[in-house]
Design a protein around this ligand. Structure first.
Ligand SMILES: Nc1ncnc2c1ncn2[C@@H]1O[C@H](COP(=O)(O)OP(=O)(O)OP(=O)(O)O)[C@@H](O)[C@H]1O
Length: 757
């Protein structure tokens, strides 16, 4: 039987469920306190057990057994406590809002009413579900189905049922504040309410209003590589965070949050999204930026980061440089590395290993060892064999040196302390054996830097090897002399211990292939947000670095600020082609939820290749274009607009094209509200006014945005159109664009109806 549909019945049910939750909270709290007390007691006892006599052998064994037993007790108690703590948190979440959806279904045998919330809740007898977790198979119907016949994926296979009713709620504590029936997947009305709200310092989960197209992405568990090309504000980031919560729920036994990595654009963004998973009762995944990842892997080099390269590009980026960059950043560069290694004349480049100016292991030694190995052996194998043989060679040298005069003299002059330390409590039958032992220790210590160098693969001259790779792989798109100049640049950078961003992927891949390193087998899922900011070479390298991980890539080519996807005509398909032997699934999200209809229409029109972008039906004021003739006037306008916007909005961002502009406006902005200049070091959003270059605002949103100086001089190219689109699409409710002098044609060529001058 379906439950009663009238409002009174719903009001009554919410109250009843809330009371059950409250009672559960009280009983669970008592259990939790008991568990905390018990853990504390066991820990105290554990301390006593460890104090037992350890001199007598029998006592010592007994103590060890006691300690083991106590340890087990502690870990059981802690585990029990953790379960209760988690349950308490879950109940707290449910108490704030027990559920948000109801479905009435008929499977041909019985009619059932199900309520959907952020976690499962059973009745006191543990027999009936009072609330179903949104991730349970049957809850999929709520997001996917319109009334009538629907199917869902149950553990036993696909099930067909009839969906008779669907109802949405907004519930605060035990009060229903909004409720209506819908035939839509998830109706507009509640979504209207959610999207009309003010911006928040942390991203919110979207569990109550997940849209059908987003639900497909969230619940896809079959793809090895899942690629989402979605327009600005289409919920890509929200969707993948929900997806991760879904995956963690369904693979509890096999997948832990520690086995998931997300590459995010910057720390501000990482922090902005950090509350979504905890709000769904899940632990956060690890987050890293590309720059951090590369720096970690190239510890002896300073890697150019995307932001400084962007800033530099704004000053100048000659066409030739761009072509060379495209060559190095194309997906097939890793293939070129593999081909290079297969050449018959391929030679490994080695370093001399020196100690106090004296060559201990020479390049010639390395070559000699390397050449004795079978040519058909795999490179990484050959490299490891070479390394092992060089280590053995060093060990022979140490044994030999142990008897050398300088070492024996050193043995004679050891202080008592040195003597004891070197002996390390070892006993010898005769003096000679002891002398030999000490001699060997001294020689080992002496040659320790060489051991380290061998263990850390420093005998491979990867820099020279990479230069050799570049020399043998000149692109056909640029003249030889330009390429030669670039190689010299790379060399000069190596001398200063620097590496340019476009060299990172081929350089590291070459090193990994040669040394057999660089693969992380722990990570099971890799998420890459803002994938358009990664070159195909970087994406391919990340895939090679996490070979067992399933990938979720999401982005929007129209927000490509760094021109990473220049030359890719069919962006997502070309990205998909990077994973030829994998099960790839492509999704497109065309509905934009963030901004008002007016802002979305305006932003979409800025794009050169008019994409299909569907605005959500939420009206607001038209974007405004303001033209100033002098710099002082421009700065004054920014101040005035900030003041005006802050009367109705709480988070206003002034977005600039470059860092220098952000600093300039920060120096002149006058406001009573707090003003923050956001830099890469800043990790938190702030209320009031935030000023930042657009690349730091990636993935973020604000109540109102002021686009700083959208002049014809600064915005001309396709990449500029992408920058402007990204600026405009950060605004939820209001957008103001201010230009110094003639505004960019990107705006003035638009239909004048789209904005207000
Ligand atoms: N189903 C939904 N229910 C409620 N809000 C949603 C939904 N989908 C998206 N949103 C909201 O739309 C806004 C944009 O979402 P999100 O940041 O995930 O989009 P995005 O595609 O990653 O954007 P961008 O590429 O522009 O950074 C957020 O405020 C998000 O909460």
């Amino acid at each position: 039987m379906y439950a009663d549909l009238n409002r009174e019945a719903e009001v009554k049910r919410v109250k009843e469920v809330s009371q059950i939750i409250a009672a559960e909270q009280t009983s669970n709290q008592t259990k939790l306190q008991n568990a905390q007390h018990e853990t504390h007691q066991i820990e105290l006892n554990y301390g006593d057990a460890a104090k037992v006599n350890t001199i007598e052998v029998d006592d010592r064994m007994e103590t060890n057994a006691a300690i083991q037993q106590q340890k087990q007790l502690v870990s059981l108690a802690v585990e029990n406590q953790t379960i209760l703590e988690k349950r308490q948190q879950r109940l707290e979440r449910l108490a704030k809002s027990p559920y948000f959806g109801r479905i009435d279904i008929d499977d041909g045998f019985e009619q059932e009413t199900l309520y959907i919330g952020t976690a499962t809740l059973m009745d006191a007898q543990d027999e009936d579900f009072l609330i179903y977790d949104w991730r349970s198979p049957i809850a999929g119907i709520y997001y996917n189905g319109t009334l009538g016949s629907v199917s869902y994926q149950a553990p036993a296979g696909r099930q067909e049922v009839k969906l008779a009713h669907k109802r949405q709620f907004t519930i605060q504590n035990d009060q229903i504040t909004n409720m209506f029936d819908t035939n839509e997947t998830v109706g507009d009305e509640i979504l209207q309410g959610v999207l009309g709200e003010a911006a928040t310092l942390y991203m919110q989960n979207i569990v109550a209003t997940i849209q059908r197209e987003q639900n497909d992405i969230i619940r896809n568990t079959s793809a090895d590589v899942l690629i989402v090309q979605g327009v600005a504000g289409s919920g890509k980031t929200s969707t993948i965070l929900q997806r991760l919560a879904y995956l963690l729920y369904h693979s509890r036994q096999k997948l832990a949050a520690e086995q998931v990595i997300m590459f995010s654009p910057n720390h501000l963004f990482s922090n902005y999204i950090s509350q979504v998973l905890p709000s769904l009762g899940e632990k956060n995944m690890r987050q890293v930026t590309l720059s951090e990842f590369f720096s970690q892997r190239c510890h002896h080099l300073q890697v150019e980061d995307k932001f400084s390269r962007y800033e530099h590009d704004q000053q100048q980026l000659p066409e030739i440089a761009q072509k060379m960059r495209q060559f190095l950043e194309a997906g097939n560069i890793l293939q070129l590395v593999r081909t290079y290694l297969k050449q018959p004349d391929f030679q490994l480049k080695f370093n001399d290993l020196l100690l106090n100016g004296e060559t201990i292991i020479s390049q010639a030694d390395c070559v000699k060892v390397y050449q004795t190995l079978p040519s058909q052996m795999a490179w990484s194998n050959k490299f490891q064999q070479t390394k092992n043989r060089l280590i053995r060679k060093l060990q022979r040298l140490v044994r030999h040196e142990a008897q050398a005069d300088w070492v024996q003299e050193r043995v004679d002059t050891l202080s008592d302390y040195e003597y004891q330390t070197l002996l390390d409590q070892q006993r010898f039958d005769n003096d000679e054996a002891e002398r030999l032992f000490l001699g060997k220790k001294i020689a080992q210590l002496h040659f320790e830097p060489i051991y380290d160098a061998l263990y850390n693969d420093y005998f491979l001259d990867i820099d020279q090897q990479y230069l050799d790779f570049l020399t043998k792989n000149a692109p056909t798109t640029v003249a030889a002399n330009y390429w030669q100049t670039r190689i010299e640049h790379v060399q000069a950078h190596f001398e200063r211990h620097q590496l340019q961003l476009s060299d990172c992927a081929p350089y590291l891949y070459l090193r990994d292939q040669l040394t057999g390193g660089g693969e992380n087998h722990q990570i099971q899922y890799l998420f890459i947000d803002e994938m358009q900011d990664y070159s195909p070479a970087q994406l391919a390298y990340l895939h090679a670095s996490f070979p067992l991980a399933k990938l979720t890539l999401l982005g929007d080519q129209a927000q490509d600020l760094f021109a990473s996807s220049v030359g890719l005509d069919h962006f997502d398909e070309e990205i998909a082609a990077l994973f030829p032997h994998k099960k790839v699934k492509l999704y497109h999200l065309n509905n934009s939820y963030r901004s008002t209809q007016q802002i979305t229409h305006f932003a979409s029109a800025l794009l050169p290749d008019q994409q299909e972008i569907l605005a959500f039906n939420r009206p607001g004021p038209k974007p405004q274009l303001i033209i100033c003739q002098r710099l002082a006037e421009l700065n004054q306008q920014v101040s005035q607009q900030c003041q005006r916007l802050l009367t109705t909005q709480s988070m206003v961002a002034v977005l600039t094209k470059t860092e220098v502009e952000a600093e300039q406006i920060y120096a002149t902005l006058q406001s009573d509200a707090p003003v923050t200049l956001m830099t890469e070091k800043q990790h938190h959003l702030e209320n009031g006014i935030m000023i930042m270059p657009i690349y730091l605002a990636k993935g973020l949103e604000f109540d109102a945005v002021i686009g700083y100086n959208v002049s014809a001089e600064l915005f001309q190219t396709t990449t500029d159109a992408h920058i402007l689109y990204t600026i405009a699409s950060r605004a939820m409710h209001e957008l103001v664009l201010i230009s110094l002098g003639q505004p960019t044609k990107l705006i003035t060529d638009l239909d004048p109806q789209l904005y207000q001058k």
